[in-house]
Write a protein that binds this ligand. Structure first.
Ligand code: GLU
Length: 425
């Protein structure tokens, strides 16, 4: 349930939607996308805003606002997480839904893109309040989600427990268990082995590949991680297990630094006890801004959008910037990073491990069977590696950056599906 406040800078930082649209236009130009397909894919297909009252623990009734945006459905049912965050609004959800379309297409899973959100700070809620908000939000989405329609998953501020409440609420309305309505559930009720770590695992698989590509040994490589939620924690732990040295972590409550290495398990315990890694023993404090400009080999951004922009991109010293979050780098930062030789692993590739294993979970639910953890991880590695190689290949053939390559591959795939299906009636 960790969230991270946005970094404030004196200049305008592109919003998530501005970033998503600029990236879209760039990819559409690169693949010379026709006018009609461009007009269809530049906007979400469907979107809902719901407002609903919830009784809080003290008896007060509060009215919450939630969103679900289905950006595109041409390659399959819509897929994407649900975010609980105080700054979530329709524009952010539109951007995140669009990125899900490209992400699912890039890793070639048969889904379109969606995203949902509730404007609320989960850190201010009791477990019972969280449950009531989730259940009521799910009831509001009743007719528009479903295993063949739109399949939510966890995102910032939500987790496996949130998915259990969503699955239960949806199932209650239908009178029988429907596990395939959400992914990222607890394993006991149809969740997939390996899903909890899947996004972080995917981040590490892509970093391993990028490190190989530039001849950076992972053994002893110095890693800084922004965000210590589901993605940041798993990525930190797994890259440490792979032999790298974790030197800095920041989260919503502060940050820690130790050039000799941090123990990710100790940080996890600290987080559990205090809600932040801040102040963990044997560490010195580190700010978010200092972490971004830290002298390190690998920088993993696993928090929110808009963290690296033109205002601070020039300070990045890492050789690899891995986008564990969605949209952490704004388009005006990309040329600066490129100029400085920073290899960016773009979000729709870097953090796709989550939705890849969501797809595996959904397939297991539809077939009522369970794969082993090894099976899940092997398949995840091969899907992510294939996508990585395709992106790197196109980037080198076309002489373009990895983000443009990833977005172009994804967009071409969605455009093909859109065109094959044609225009109804
Ligand atoms: N919220 C995650 C993402 O941004 C996972 C989405 C999913 O598994 O559907 O990719």
């Amino acid at each position: 349930m960790k969230t991270l406040t946005r970094t404030s800078t004196p200049t305008h930082v592109a919003s998530a939607l501005e970033s998503a649209l600029q990236q879209f236009d760039r990819a559409a130009d690169h693949i010379a996308l026709d006018r009609v397909t461009r007009a269809i894919l530049r906007v979400p297909k469907r979107e809902w805003t719901v407002r609903f009252p919830v009784t809080m623990d003290d008896g007060r009734v509060e009215v919450f606002t939630g969103y679900r945006v289905q950006h595109n459905l041409s390659r399959g049912p819509a897929k994407g997480g649900v975010r609980f965050h105080p700054q979530t609004d329709i524009e952010e959800v539109r951007a995140l839904a669009m990125w899900m379309t490209w992400k699912c297409a890039l890793v070639n899973v048969p889904f379109g893109g969606a995203k949902g959100g509730v404007t609320v700070d989960p850190r201010q809620l009791s477990t019972n309040e969280m449950a009531r908000i989730t259940r009521r939000f799910t009831a509001e989405l009743q007719g528009i989600i479903g295993p063949n329609i739109d399949i939510p998953a966890p995102d910032v501020g939500t987790n496996a427990q949130t998915m259990a409440w969503m699955m239960d609420t949806y199932s209650m309305h239908h009178g029988y268990s429907i596990p395939g309505v959400v992914t990222g559930k607890p394993v006991d009720i149809g969740g997939s082995l390996g899903r909890a770590d899947a996004t972080g695992q995917g981040v590490v698989y892509t970093i391993q590949r990028a490190a190989e590509a530039i001849g950076l040994p992972l053994q002893g490589a110095r890693v800084a991680v922004q965000g210590f939620g589901n993605v940041g924690e798993a990525a930190a732990r797994l890259i440490h297990e792979a032999g790298a040295t974790l030197i800095a972590v920041t989260d919503v409550g502060g940050g820690v630094y130790n050039p000799d290495g941090l123990d990710p398990l100790a940080l996890k315990r600290r987080m559990k006890e205090t809600g932040s890694v801040d102040g963990a023993s044997g560490t010195t404090p580190m700010s978010n801004e200092d972490l971004i400009g830290l002298d390190c080999d690998i920088l993993i951004l696993a928090a929110l959008e808009g963290q690296v922009s033109a205002a601070n991109a020039g300070t990045v010293k890492a050789r690899i910037l891995a986008e564990g979050a969605n949209g952490p780098t704004t388009p005006d930062a990309d040329p600066i990073l490129r100029e400085n030789g920073v290899v960016v692993i773009p979000d729709i590739l870097c953090n796709a491990g989550g939705v890849v294993v969501s797809y595996f979970e959904w397939v297991q639910n539809l077939q009522s069977l369970q794969w082993t953890a090894a099976e899940v991880n092997d398949r995840l590695r091969s899907v992510i590696t294939a996508a990585f190689d395709e992106v790197w290949q196109m980037a080198s053939t076309d002489g373009i950056d990895a983000r443009l390559a990833a977005q172009s591959i994804a967009l071409a795939r969605v455009a093909e599906a859109q065109q094959a299906r044609g225009i109804y009636p």
